[in-house]
Write a protein that binds this ligand. Structure first.
Ligand code: PEP
Length: 249
């Protein structure tokens, strides 16, 4: 049985007081669920989030990290710094990091390797742009993103990998992949991993869908056999919406 996960990517939202309010609401409303629940507040609020969720099952992730341990990298945060404050999960490869901050597969490979060497869990995001889908290159693009970053990993490293398929055209746009489109791509991802890595790893890896998941569409998307939960942006910023999505698992 694969781990089902609902993760909230808060992006550059919520100051300290707002973070504490949302976390206390989430902790109070968290239902008894078989899903792992993860939230990713901004870097400056991670340490307080870890403390605030000390008695809760909700886990805390970072939205990014650098691949070096320390040194002259102004504005960056290392894996050791995250681990030092009790954060052992990191989101890497989000489409906003790729498109706004220029992160490419070569850089992401270094980040993933560092996170895994530090025994961290990685939520690895990937997905095609609208143009790729219009020109029917979406499978090719996704296969290449996976291959360039993940297919050189040792088999035992895969237990720390959580995949998040996020079609860029569906992120923050209100446009969602249909449950059928999500299932079609998730099945393709599993088959690609089965062929390139091993069938067992393909069967066991958690694949989240991300892109305008809302309380109204979560159940239909999560009901698909190869969808193991969601990475949620906008709807993770309101406790009632995020909890409704957790309840859709
Ligand atoms: C995201 O940024 O990972 C995301 C899925 O955002 P949204 O849910 O707002 O589309």
């Amino acid at each position: 049985m694969r781990t089902q996960i609902v993760a909230g990517n808060w992006k550059m939202n919520k100051n300290l007081a707002e973070t504490e309010t949302l976390l206390s609401e989430l902790a109070a409303k968290l239902p008894d669920t078989k899903a792992e629940v993860i939230v990713a507040p901004t870097f400056v609020n991670l340490a307080s989030a870890v403390k605030a969720l000390d008695a809760s099952d909700i886990q805390v992730a970072a939205q990014n990290m650098h691949f070096e341990s320390n040194g002259a990298f102004t504005g960056e945060i290392s894996a050791d710094m995250l681990l030092n404050i009790g954060v052992d999960t990191v989101i890497l490869g989000h489409s906003e990091r790729r498109s706004i901050f220029g992160e490419d597969d070569a850089l992401l490979l270094k980040k993933v390797e560092t996170a895994l060497a530090k025994n961290m869990k990685v939520i690895f995001c990937f997905g095609e742009e609208l143009e790729d889908r219009k020109t029917e290159k979406h499978f090719e693009v996704v296969a290449s993103q996976l291959k360039n970053v993940l297919f050189g990993l040792a088999p035992e490293q895969w237990s720390k990998i959580i995949l998040a398929y996020e079609p860029v055209w569906a992120i923050g746009t209100g446009e969602t992949a249909s449950p059928e489109q999500a299932q079609e791509m998730h099945a393709f991802i599993r088959k690609t991993i089965a062929d390139a890595v091993t069938p067992t790893i393909a069967e066991n890896v958690t694949i989240l869908y991300g892109g305008s998941v809302k309380p109204a569409n979560a159940k239909d998307i999560f009901s698909k056999p190869d969808v193991d939960g969601g990475l949620i942006g906008g709807a993770s910023l309101k406790s009632d919406d995020f909890i409704a999505i957790v309840n859709a698992i």
